[in-house]
Design a protein around this ligand. Structure first.
Ligand SMILES: Nc1ncnc2c1ncn2[C@@H]1O[C@H](COP(=O)(O)OP(=O)(O)O)[C@@H](O)[C@H]1O
Ligand SMILES: [Mg+2]
Length: 343
């Protein structure tokens, strides 16, 4: 019988993993991935699950390495190699999505300053500048002209970019406070944050030595996020912030099925299959009505999706019923053929 090792972090996927195992009498044990003896902790388990997080600097230091080591040793893991390697790495995703001919918004990366400056002379504007890491649109900017692009290139190959921008952080906290999504305490925390940076910034250091741009796709006042887990998918529509082009992290969400086209769901399934993902969140915008991917991710904030009224199966049939997507992750590992098999 498969025994499941779960690294538990409250508020993460693991809440549901533990609940699922308890409900279904599946043998499991809680383990601590941060302990040096983690490999011996999981010796008696054939499955290891850890919802590691892009913004936890401890996780960034070794989570992928640990999970890949266990996978090499023959254990089934979540997230596995294909699911996790490109997590929080938009540069990696560019190569991956281009490799499988996925409809990625045209993206450009440079590792040499002179090549970047040369490209700026020839290309048109606006463009979208992104750091390879980050979520909630925290490191995504609209670049309106050549001069701004050059400035960013100089910074990318000079002092680099901090992972944490206290001004932008406070601005977003104030916006969320105004629309009732944040408490006054959350807002005040943003002020306090001017005094010290984040652990993440201290540990991971500056982003530098590369520069990444995408074509700006105009006319999108929302993005669509579809999450594919095995043979099922669900999604939300996220509206952009006011006077802004960025939807992720806005906190303004529509859940009704009518907001999401079947074509988009179909593309999401196809790309998730090509990437061999156990779980893939895809962010879509639309260019003349055609869905284009801006980024992908294995992780998502589970609470946000609890209001989804249903899900699609692989044949794009809609199932309007309560569901627990984090249960599907465990079911996928327990089924013999992994997440590919209907469970
Ligand atoms: N190339 C683009 N053209 C137009 N809008 C974009 C583009 N890329 C991103 N966006 C908008 O910015 C938001 C954040 O971009 P994304 O690449 O998903 O970064 P993050 O990892 O911060 O969510 C998206 O939700 C989308 O609304
Ligand atoms: Mg996004």
């Amino acid at each position: 019988m498969n025994k499941v090792a779960i690294h538990h972090t409250e508020g993460s996927f693991s809440d549901c993993w533990v609940e699922f195992c308890k409900k279904n009498q599946i043998p499991f044990k809680l383990v601590d991935c941060y302990r040096s003896d983690i490999i011996s902790q999981v010796r008696d388990c054939s499955i290891v699950m850890w919802h590691y997080h892009h913004a936890d600097c401890k996780d960034v230091l070794f989570a992928k390495q640990l999970m890949l080591s266990l996978e090499t040793a023959g254990k089934k893991v979540f997230p596995d190699f294909h699911t996790g390697w490109h997590f929080d790495d938009k540069v990696g995703q560019k190569y991956l999505l281009e490799s499988v001919d996925a409809p990625l918004v045209s993206s450009y990366v440079f590792f040499e300053k002179d090549k970047a400056l040369e490209w700026v002379k020839r290309t048109d504007f606006p463009k979208v500048f992104k750091l390879r890491r980050g979520a909630g649109a925290s490191h995504v900017r609209l670049i309106k002209n050549r001069r701004s692009a050059k400035k960013l290139i100089n910074q990318a190959f000079g002092k680099g970019f901090s992972q944490y921008d206290p001004g932008a952080n406070l601005k977003d906290r104030l916006r969320k406070y105004k629309i009732g999504k944040n408490s006054l305490l959350d807002l005040l925390k943003g002020v306090a944050r001017f005094g010290y940076t984040t652990d993440f910034d201290r540990v991971t250091g500056k982003e530098r030595g590369y520069v990444y741009f995408q074509d700006f796709v105009p006319g999108n006042d929302y993005d669509i996020r579809i999450i594919v887990i095995g043979k099922r998918a669900f999604g939300i529509k996220r509206l952009v912030r006011s006077n802004d082009f960025r939807a992720s992290g806005s906190g303004i969400i529509e859940y009704q099925k009518e907001h999401i086209s079947e074509v988009t769901v179909g593309v999401a399934f196809e790309v998730a299959e090509k990437l061999k993902s156990q779980c893939l969140a895809l962010d879509f915008i639309y260019s003349n009505g055609v869905p284009k991917i801006v980024e992908v991710s294995y992780g998502y904030t589970k609470g946000v999706y609890q209001n989804c009224p249903g899900y699609w199966d692989r044949e794009l049939n809609w199932h309007e019923e309560p569901f627990n997507p984090e249960y599907w992750m465990v079911q996928g590992l327990l089924s013999d053929k992994g997440a590919e098999q209907e469970v």
